[in-house]
Design a protein around this ligand. Sequence first.
Ligand SMILES: [Cu+2]
Length: 144
Amino acid sequence: MHNLAISLVLVAWSLAAQAGVGITDSWARATVAGQDVGAAYMTLNSTSDATLVSATSPVSTSVEIHSMTMDNGIMKMRMLDSLPIPAGKPVKLEPTGLHLMLLGLKKPLKAGDKIEISLTLKDKLGKQEIRKISLPVKADVQKE
Ligand SMILES: [Cu+2]
């Protein structure tokens, strides 16, 4: 009886850990022919501290986590080793800010298509989980 109780607790624990990170508003920007890089955006939400460790996608050779900042009118992109997702604070990946950069696109991303990205997430105990998401491709909407 005692052992059964412990394993039930462990099952509940791992289910809770998997539900930790919510991914919403995900989309990828449509690209034009000849463009071999793309970008993907989403909002990451976690009830406890988590980290986005890395990402991969079948549509590109690699996926990097980038930040973008304006420095004296010049836009600068920087590659991050990982992206912290603090408990209760949504992390927004959006044009002009954080984004996933799709490097080495195998073909253009067309508006209306869907692409897959696998995210490797780590919870605060160091347990890793791979989450596969499907993102709609949308035409770029520039903010004026
Ligand atoms: Cu970038």
